[in-house]
Design a protein around this ligand. Structure first.
Ligand code: PBG
Length: 310
């Protein structure tokens, strides 16, 4: 009877699994994210195969480069970690997994900021957007299906759309992190991607978590600029924004269950305070119920297996 009347049903094809790739041959476990590691290109391909095997349809690729510089120029290197991973995954998996390339500078700049800073340490929006458009074009050329700009600079979706079209990649989609707030829940990720800001914080470009109307405006603006789908992030603290976005727009909506949400569930479960499986599936169900078509989650593989077990 419960199954018959269930309103919300999770399926693995709605999950997108983030994967961190570094320039080493081994796997480096990530503190604060049990079961997650920075992987070599070859191991990342294996991980994408594991995702496909349990029905997870998408992977979200984060490069963790060995070298950084002021402008984050490594992000636009055609032989950088992400382009190499995209090519290797496409060779090994064909079209069975959707390859989403996270597009940001924060792992590539020595400032740790998502854009290029000027001599006063302040973001130069115009230079940042030009660089991000070059990075997106590089990933599109490598064969990514979707580009996911997570930098939050103003006007980057339009610039990326224009640059990719000019380079002959008009068919590459944009999954924009449109409503991304300056959150305390990104801690473990910043260790994983080695991208903590060296000075200051990200409040100049990420949204105030209390501003729901501004988040809606940011979503509508990205759609206007040419985003094919949008991401709300973090997910668990923004269920109202997901629901409003669902009611206001007709683009597909993704929500990102971020590193801190994942870490909190695991930490409580390790102490015996929560049941990991039940709490994870409940949190993912709530995100889907709120209106997210897609869920980016580090728990994608576990959740897919749990759902298959019934
Ligand atoms: C930065 C980026 C962040 C995340 C994804 N892309 C961190 C930040 O904005 O500081 C966070 C993801 C997570 O916490 O799981 N481009």
């Amino acid at each position: 009877m419960r199954a018959m009347f269930a309103e919300t049903r999770l399926t693995p094809d709605r999950f997108i699994l983030p994967i961190f790739i570094h320039d080493h041959d081994d796997a480096a476990p990530i503190d604060g994210m049990p079961g997650q590691a920075r992987l070599s290109v070859a191991l990342a391909v294996d991980q994408a195969k594991a995702a496909a095997a349990v029905g997870v349809k998408g992977v979200l690729l984060f490069g963790v480069p060995a070298r950084k510089d002021h402008d984050g120029s490594g992000a636009a290197d055609p032989d950088g970690i992400v382009p190499r991973t995209v090519r290797a995954m496409r060779d090994a998996l064909g079209d069975s997994v959707v390859l989403v390339a996270d597009c940001c500078l924060c792992s590539y700049t020595d400032s740790g900021h998502c854009g290029i800073t000027n001599e006063r340490g302040v973001i130069d929006n115009a230079r940042s957007v030009a660089q991000l458009a070059a990075v997106a074009t590089t990933y599109a050329t490598a064969g990514a299906d979707l580009i996911a700009p997570s930098d939050m600079m103003d006007g980057r979706v339009a610039a990326i759309r224009q640059a990719m079209s000019a380079a002959g990649h008009g068919d590459t989609g944009i999954l924009s992190y449109a409503a991304k707030s300056a959150s305390a829940f990104y801690g473990p990720f910043r260790d994983a991607a080695d991208c903590a800001p060296q000075q200051g914080d990200r409040r100049a470009y990420q949204l105030d978590p209390g501003n729901g109307r501004e988040a809606l405006r940011a979503i509508l603006r990205d759609v206007e600029e040419g985003a094919d789908a949008v991401i709300v992030k973090p997910a668990g603290t923004a269920l109202d924004i997901i629901a409003e976005a669902r009611a206001t727009t007709n683009v597909p909506i993704a929500a990102y269950q971020v590193s801190g949400e994942f870490a909190a569930l695991h930490a409580a479960a390790e102490r015996g305070w929560l049941d990991l499986r039940a709490a994870t599936l409940e949190s993912l169900t709530a995100i889907h119920r709120a209106g997210a078509d897609l869920i980016v989650t580090y728990a994608a593989l576990d959740a897919a297996r749990w759902l298959a077990d019934g």
